[in-house]
Design a protein around this ligand. Structure first.
Ligand SMILES: [Zn+2]
Length: 158
C-alpha cells in the first residue's frame, strides 16, 4: 500500500486496517475506517442510555421551567397561574396548585374545602393580590357567573 509517510496505520473496530493523519487522531477524529463504520459505532440508537446528565427522568421539569405554569380549562375560560407544590394535599397529578387558592389559604391559615371557590373581584384571573380575592361557595359563584354570562348559549334564559 502506498501512502504518505506522515500517515499512520490504524485498526478500525470492524477489524479493517486503515491509514489516517496523526493530527486527525489528536483532534479526536479518524477513529474508523469509513463513514459507514463511524455511523455504525457512534450514532445514538433508539432507547440507548446516555450519561446520567443527559438522561430525562420521569416527572422531571423542562430546563426552562420557572416553578409555575399557566392553565386554561376551555378556550373561553380564564387563564390561571399554577404553582408547583407537590406536597399540597389538593395538588393536581402534575403537582400544581392554582395560585389564588394558595394565596387565600395563606390568608385563612387553613386548606380550602373542595366546595369553596375563590372569586376574582375584578374578573382578572391573573390578578392574585389578596384584596382581589373572595372565598365563595361553588353554588353561589356559579349563580354569579350565570348572571354575568347570560349571552352564553347554554345559559340563555336563566
Ligand atoms: Zn471499519
Amino acid at each position: 500500500m502506498v501512502y504518505n509517510v506522515a500517515m499512520i496505520k490504524c485498526i478500525c473496530e470492524c477489524g479493517v486496517e486503515y491509514i489516517t493523519y496523526p493530527s486527525r487522531i489528536i483532534a479526536g477524529r479518524g477513529k474508523y475506517c469509513s463513514r459507514r463504520c463511524s455511523d455504525k459505532y457512534t450514532l445514538i440508537k433508539k432507547g440507548q442510555r446516555l450519561s446520567a446528565r443527559t438522561e430525562f427522568v420521569k416527572g422531571q421539569m423542562p430546563h426552562n421551567y420557572k416553578g409555575y405554569k399557566f392553565t386554561q380549562a376551555r378556550p373561553q375560560s380564564g387563564i390561571y397561574k399554577q404553582i408547583y407544590k407537590p406536597e399540597h394535599p389538593f395538588a393536581t397529578k402534575s403537582g400544581h396548585v392554582r395560585e389564588h387558592r394558595l394565596v387565600m389559604e395563606e390568608q385563612l391559615g387553613r386548606y380550602l374545602r373542595s366546595d369553596e371557590v375563590i372569586a376574582h373581584i375584578n374578573m382578572d384571573t391573573l390578578d392574585n393580590r389578596p384584596e382581589n380575592l373572595r372565598v365563595m361557595l361553588k353554588v353561589d359563584h356559579d349563580k354569579m357567573n350565570t348572571k354575568l354570562n347570560v349571552h352564553r348559549r347554554w345559559q340563555k334564559g336563566v
